[in-house]
Design a protein around this ligand. Structure first.
Ligand SMILES: [Fe+2]
Length: 187
């Protein structure tokens, strides 16, 4: 199993509509920076704990987890497939209903939108996070993760969040999403 302190490989070469420059900054600098900061924090924690250090640990750990989940499911053609489509429709009334909620939350969130499998009641549910470690629910496993921080889209879309969200959907890899869903649900 991968540690928070290891950099995961970028799972795609490039994306449609999201530039290499954005990915270089986002994955190359920001994500890898969080991994490094998490490692450094573990050293500081060996010297003693404090409230501030534990708050910082949750911020860095969630930054690593959410960024890996975001990059993991990009790099394909965005065509929905797999049993997760039915599972989403079951919990949201229809797949389109879920898509509408998820996109609306993309506009509303200041940080992340996450479709998670919530182990507490066995349902798929959208959550938002205004910062990496804000408003997540314990026991809910992220499956589809959308980064709404400006660094994810501003170079390519300016303030046009809507176009960024549509482009994100067009790059989703539903085979990988299905694999992740099956792994989580069968555990
Ligand atoms: Fe990000």
């Amino acid at each position: 199993m991968k540690s928070y302190g290891e950099v995961k490989n970028l799972p795609f070469k490039n994306l449609n509509g999201i530039s290499d420059k954005t990915i270089d900054i986002h994955w190359g600098k920001l994500y890898q920076g969080y991994v490094k900061k998490w490692q450094e924090l573990q050293e500081r924690l060996k010297e003693g704990v404090s409230r501030d250090l534990k708050v910082e640990e949750s911020f860095l750990a969630d930054a690593v987890v959410l960024h890996e989940a975001y990059f993991d499911i990009l790099g394909s053609d965005g065509k929905p497939t797999g049993s997760i489509i039915n599972a989403i429709a079951k919990d949201y009334g229809s797949f389109e209903e879920w898509t509408g909620h998820f996109k609306a939350l993309g506009i509303a969130s200041r940080g992340w939108v996450v479709l998670a499998y919530d182990f507490n009641d066995g349902k798929l549910r959208n959550y938002i996070a205004d910062a990496h470690n804000l408003y997540g629910v314990w026991g809910a496993a992220p499956i589809i993760v959308l980064d709404m921080y400006e660094h994810a889209y501003f170079i390519d879309f300016g303030s046009d969040k809507k176009s960024y969200i549509e482009t994100y959907f067009k790059n989703l890899d539903w085979k990988k999403i299905e694999q992740k869903f099956n792994k989580i649900v069968k555990n």
